[in-house]
Ligand binder design. Sequence first.
Ligand code: SAH
Ligand code: SF4
Ligand code: F3S
Length: 440
Amino acid sequence: MNKQNNIETFHISTYGCQMNLADSSTLVSTLITRGYRRVKEEDQADLLIFNTCSIREKAEQRVYGRLGEVYKYKQKNPNLKIAVVGCMAQRMGDELIRKVPHVDYVLGTDRLFELPDVIEGLEGTSSVMTAFGHENMDFITPVKETPFSGFITISRGCDNFCSYCIVPFVRGKVQSHSVDYILESVRKLVDEGVVEITLLGQNVNSYKYEDTDFSRLLELVAQNTDIQRIRFMTSHPMDISRRLVDVIGAEEKVMPHIHLPVQSGSNRVLKDMGRFYTIDQYHKMIDYIRLKNDYISLSTDIIVGYPSETGEEFEMTLDVVRKVRYDTAFMFKYSSRPGTRSAEFTDSVPEDEKSDRLIRLIKLQQSIGYEQNQREIGQIKYSLVEGFSKRSKDKLRARTEGNKTVLIPVTEKIEPGQFVPIKINAADAFTLHGEIVEVS
Ligand code: SAH
Ligand code: SF4
Ligand code: F3S
């Protein structure tokens, strides 16, 4: 027990993207090194941490809801401390404590790693810290996510300021980690048993450290470390280069999956969003990606109901989905975020129209995802076994090269963390089903 603060145990809940997951893992490891113990149940913790997301209003509402619910623990245990960290903490600062007075600490995206110092009341800390300010974030040690996989953040922040997006405000200016930091991080995780890493950035294609761009970085990681599989996200269509596509095709360790958020099928909307590509350019890049890769899995993000999006413009989005034939898509209703450029516009598409558009889009994508998955039947996919199926203890869950989940019958010989050849026997819209085969 830390004598100054009576805090012995902590519980952490993480919302939002993989970068938050990666940050949470690092924070957990720092707290454990400092002598605190992680517990699975909130009611057993002396410190409750919420690592938060601001991307859509719903993401924030969920956290407010949870903060309301945990008030009861505070009544039972007056020593209990509540820390809100990450993007929502960054966006709201002091205001969060004014709105939810039982919150004790608010630490923004550049400051959350100082939480152990803050709870111990070390000099120079305070209960609300949201200033950006680290010149160099290479001090952050990546920690594996599972015994065999991990995330490595290669760049933090974003300078793109897409009209709808809160990320540049809550994550600050883009900053690329050094090449040495990234290579050392990969080697550290490999030494700890990791076989698959995902390189993370809001826009990995704009990675730049001295002379190294993202395609060169991928080559360096593939050629100079013993990692077996490399994934990365997110690619911005504005910055994806043909050379990067060539590297993905040439380097066996780089997995054949690209997440390339299109957002909208209308050039007018894309221009308004500040995405800096046209649909024609986007399709040309997709054609080049398919030309250079016999097999590639493609995913995307799409926003429906952007302010002023007409029915016709929405149809253009459906056309892109029909033409590209994504394997997976993340589809969202536009959510106005305070402080962003598009928050100034009238949120002109009525809520039920947004919902209608979203339903139509999801339906279309589901049927395309189903058809894309059918094409994998009969093929053998080398997949990484990750654990039990979320729904059934009779099935193991594995991940294919193309980032698809495949379920196989449980066998005693196979353990999580192993690569196995799986023959795909069946597929639905979201999942493949198969069995392990002998390959000579
Ligand atoms: N850096 C990534 C996106 C990160 S946010 C990129 O540029 O592609 C993940 C996704 O959330 C975005 O691609 C977008 O589709 C969605 N999103 C972001 N802001 C949103 C908003 N205000 N309303 C609805 N969806 C939003
Ligand atoms: Fe947001 Fe655009 Fe930056 Fe992606 S590129 S994080 S959508 S501002
Ligand atoms: Fe959300 Fe922050 Fe990620 S706003 S999507 S957690 S960068």
